[in-house]
Design a protein around this ligand. Sequence first.
Ligand SMILES: [Zn+2]
Length: 99
Amino acid sequence: MKSKLETAEDRVKELFKLAEQELRRGNLERTKRYINLARKIGMKCQYTFPKELKRKFCKKCNMLLIPKISCEIKLNKKTKTMDIKCFNCNNIRRYPYGE
Ligand SMILES: [Zn+2]
C-alpha cells in the first residue's frame, strides 16, 4: 500500500504531465486547471512540491512554465538571478544563480 503522501506525489506528477500535453496543444485554460488541481492536492495532502516542480509553474496564474512556449528565462548578471517571465500574466520570478 502506498502512503497518502506517495499517492499525492503520483497524482501531482501525473497532473503536471497532463498540463504539459495541454500546453503543447495550446489549451491554456486546461493547462492552468491541471496545475491548479495539482496545487490543491499538494495543499490538502501537505505534499511539498520538489524544487523542480515549484519552478515549473507560475504562482500567480497557475500557468505551466516551459521555456519558449509559456515563459522566458534570462540570466540577469546585475542581480545575479535567473529571471523567469510568464508569458500568460507577465509576472517575473527571480531565483538566485547556482541553486
Ligand atoms: Zn503567470
